[in-house]
Write a protein that binds this ligand. Structure first.
Ligand code: NDP
Length: 288
């Protein structure tokens, strides 16, 4: 039987540390780390994510503000707001909730954020830093996965790591982070032939596909560590992952549940990045 990786517990422990560090930083510099979150339109899921981010900031003693713009906002209007926030000294992190309405280019918006305030780590400059291994910020979800592995003392070095999914926000950076920890990494995607032949070799399997119950027990090696990034809403409104928990759990050594696995870590890593951004802005940043 697999050990459940409890993202909620890990997240609470990390948030307590972030809270203490935020307080110490404020005492040292007089600065309160500040996050601006921008949401365009009225997508209910996005609204929940934004509310949770705002609340989480308050809980660790950070300042945050939410900018809600209407669905028909012009790209120039959003870019002007980002420009203003780039100059605002009480704001250290800027996050634009994705997806954006069709009339706005995500690429333009991400490029407009000052890389020093890019707490999502999606800006091409930060993506480049991650490739080079000399980063300040890591994208929140893959960084959260690495924290889970660290918390449970799961070694990555020398392990066969298989990442299913190659999106810019999860799959690709996840692969880079596993590589940085000396994993032997395979990236699978929709054109991969014989997916199971790859997943069956995984000591650590990270799945970020967006298809409910996509990975089944017959695709997983005995003793594998299985990390399910997927968040899919079922017809009954409940959340489910990309991994078929019932058939995979008996074979895995460790497994993340959905909800309660990777999900809670994403906002925690956002808080960590916001504190880092404030430290960098104040010149008191000393470690990765
Ligand atoms: P994307 O849709 O951007 O990417 C999905 C990836 O899955 C693509 O690379 C795609 O391949 C690959 N894929 C699709 N079908 C197959 C297949 N049959 N076999 C192998 N690979 C396949 O999704 P995201 O990366 O943004 O998100 C993935 C999941 O993670 C979603 O459920 C999302 O909700 C969740 N998520 C969870 C977060 C959290 O906080 N826990 C944060 C972000 C995302 P190709 O590139 O070839 O099209």
């Amino acid at each position: 039987m697999a050990q459940r990786i409890e993202g909620k517990t890990v997240s609470e422990s990390l948030r307590a540390t972030i809270r203490t560090e935020t307080e110490a930083f404020r005492k040292e510099t007089g600065v309160t780390p500040g996050l601006a979150v921008i949401i365009v339109g009225d997508d209910p899921a996005s609204a929940v994510y934004v509310r949770n981010k705002h609340k989480a900031c308050g809980e660790v003693g950070m300042y945050s503000e939410v900018h809600t713009l209407p669905q028909d906002t012009a790209e120039d209007t959003l870019l002007a707001l980002i420009d203003r926030l780039n100059q605002d000294t009480k704001i250290h992190g800027i996050l634009v909730q994705l997806p954006l309405p069709k009339q706005i280019s995500e690429e333009h918006v991400i490029a407009a954020i000052d890389p020093r305030k890019d707490v999502d780590a999606f800006h091409p400059v930060n993506v480049g830093h991650i490739m080079l291994g000399d980063y300040h910020f890591l994208p929140c979800t893959p960084a959260g996965v690495m924290e889970l592995l660290r918390f449970y003392n799961i070694p990555v070095s020398g392990k066969n790591c298989v990442v299913v999914g190659r999106s810019n926000i999860v799959g690709k950076p996840q692969a880079m982070l596993l590589l940085e920890q000396n994993g032997t990494v395979t990236i699978c995607h929709s054109r991969t032939t014989d997916l199971a032949a790859h997943t069956l070799r995984a000591d650590i399997l990270v799945v970020a596909v967006g298809k409910p119950n996509f990975i089944t027990g017959d695709m997983v090696k005995e003793g594998a560590v299985v990390i399910d990034v997927g968040i899919n809403r079922k017809a009954d409104g409940k959340l489910t992952g990309d991994v078929d928990y019932a058939s995979v759990e008996p074979k895995a050594s460790f497994i993340t549940p959905v909800p309660g696995g990777v999900g809670p870590m994403t906002i925690t890593m956002l808080l960590k990045n916001t504190l880092t951004a404030a430290r960098v802005a104040c010149g008191v940043f000393s470690q990765k």
